[in-house]
Design a protein around this ligand. Sequence first.
Ligand code: PLP
Ligand code: TYF
Length: 396
Amino acid sequence: MFANLKPLPTDPILGLMAKYRQDTNPNKIDLGVGVYKTEEGDTPILSCVKKAEKFRLENETSKSYIGLAGDLGFCAKMESLLLGEHPALLANRVRTAQAPGGTGALRVAAEFIAKANPQASVWVTTPTWANHIGLFSAAGLTVKEYPYYDYENKGLLFDEMMATLKTVPKGDIVLLHACCHNPSGMDLNAEQWQQVADLAKEVGFTPLVDIAYQGFGTSLEDDSAGLRLLAATVDEMIICSSCSKNFGLYRERIGACSIISESSAVADIANSVLLSVVRSIYSMPPAHGATIVDTILGSEELTAEWHQELAEMRNRINGLRSTIVEALHSRGVAQDFSFIEKQHGMFSFLSITPEQIERLQKEYSIYIVGSSRVNVAGVSKANINYFADAVATVIK
Ligand code: PLP
Ligand code: TYF
């Protein structure tokens, strides 16, 4: 039976990661997979995480199951982190299930949507994180796209986006990136978020917000402002969050799927469906990541330390954006790269050709995703000149 299987392509981003690891060039630079890196090129464990782990190791009393929704303390703290003191929370309209990473949360959301409305299409930005398409398709949902990134002007196709969203049938899902859009780095501003929220209310589509980089853009509050605005306008919404980046907990696989319903009574029904979905996929989520986040957010001291460590990561990324623009422009390149400074999070498109990307990899061991997406955090003082010289050479 297995002999009948056809081989499938691997994830190009993860494939690039493997290729980089095999490269023996001492000057190699990894600007591929979206993982934060320090000036030294490491992805260390946050100090607040180390402390929380130590505390848990000493104080954990049981390894018994934690239940379908996971760690309830974690779930409540995530709701506050995402929504603040939001009317939807005060009205008891939000239910959250801990999930194995943001990806797990998205897959749970996909199955939840398939139960609520199997005919629903999920609308995603052009372009979007490639996994979005696979995750929703795997749940049997149709994935459609709406215009988003303006490749030519390195901004947003906001009018085109709104024109398409106006045509979305009632009951469909529109996926929005809360901040630090992957792969373009282009985010909606507050006014645009309000327009999208008003349109959702008018047209009747359900927003699904993917928030995988809260705190990496401008601040924890600002990065969730659009999401909060949406939740204040519409009756129903889904939020898929991830602690991989902002807590640096990538391999612990920790995230959450939150459902906002029109009333507390409907929220209870939605919750029963959400938990039944969880049970049919993995029964219960792993505990470790949730206990770490719960411990940090439950301690004023550790929360303060986390805010500081998060700000360090964010400031480094934003500083590198300016460094890259300066380094390229100082080499007299004809292309204008100033857009990199206007974008947020770890990613931007360099907007160079596939041939130039290939030359960077073959001749310089600089690894960039085929779409020209770079992970800004992979640049450092030690490699910026090598990187800028190489880019300037291949785009001449
Ligand atoms: N959503 C987006 C847009 C992402 O870039 C990522 C990437 O890591 C995720 C969700 C999920 O991340 P994870 O499953 O590692 O928590
Ligand atoms: O886009 C990225 O690089 C991150 C990490 O299958 C990632 O979101 C990439 C691919 C993948 C899982 C995570």
